[in-house]
Design a protein around this ligand. Structure first.
Ligand code: SF4
Length: 197
């Protein structure tokens, strides 16, 4: 099938971008629950409310479910990351990588004929791209994002259940918090995706 070949090309391209693994899954297997987007405000994440790509400004998970239904496949990619890095500010560099990979793969997918390609990253675009520049310029006008070719909404902001997704893909995932002992749980992961349709 033409689209199978194109998906293999996208997986190959993901590996060239340095991801630890990439796999495709039927889009309907991506589970979405509003409570994951609610966590952004409950933790709270420093990016909460700061950009159009994060709650409460980002697309609501209920709306995102509708968008998901217009796609047949999700290309999911991950970076395996030492727990110590996830617990430090160094994780912001990794979040940036996820934004760059999601936007690059979205572009590649569009080139390959997936006209509805839609990339989601992980983490707040404001934190990785704009925190040192001021407020999100897209809050007043969505066409005014400083980095439209790099910044994407995060999987969490759309309510994607990353744990269930990793289970579906047979990727072992540990929940990492500030309290996690890196000696007992040395590795975690960051995952993001591109919807194909
Ligand atoms: S200007 Fe763009 S990259 Fe910066 S915070 Fe807003 S949406 Fe994110």
């Amino acid at each position: 099938l033409k689209s199978d070949r194109a998906i293999s090309q996208l997986i190959e391209h993901s590996m060239q971008l340095g991801v630890s693994a990439a796999k495709s899954i039927p889009a309907h297997k991506v589970s979405v629950e509003a409570r994951f987007a609610d966590y952004c405000g409950q933790q709270p994440c420093p990016g909460f409310g700061k950009s159009i790509n994060c709650p409460p400004h980002a697309m609501h998970p209920d709306q995102f479910r509708g968008l998901l239904a217009q796609h047949h496949t999700a290309l999911v990619f991950k970076f395996d990351v030492p727990t110590k890095i996830l617990q430090s500010d160094e994780r912001l560099e990794l979040f940036k990588k996820l934004h760059l990979c999601a936007s690059e793969l979205e572009l590649k997918a569009l080139d390959l004929g997936f006209n509805k390609a839609h990339g989601l990253a992980a983490g707040s675009c404001w934190q990785v791209f704009c925190a040192d520049k001021g407020d999100c310029t897209a809050l007043t006008d969505p066409s005014k994002c400083r980095y439209p070719h790099k910044a994407r909404p995060s999987v969490s902001s759309q309510g994607v259940d990353v744990y269930k997704l990793c289970e579906e893909l047979d990727w072992s995932i540990n929940r990492i918090t500030k309290e996690t002992d890196p000696d007992s749980v040395p590795m975690g992961l960051l995952a993001a995706l591109v919807l194909l349709g």
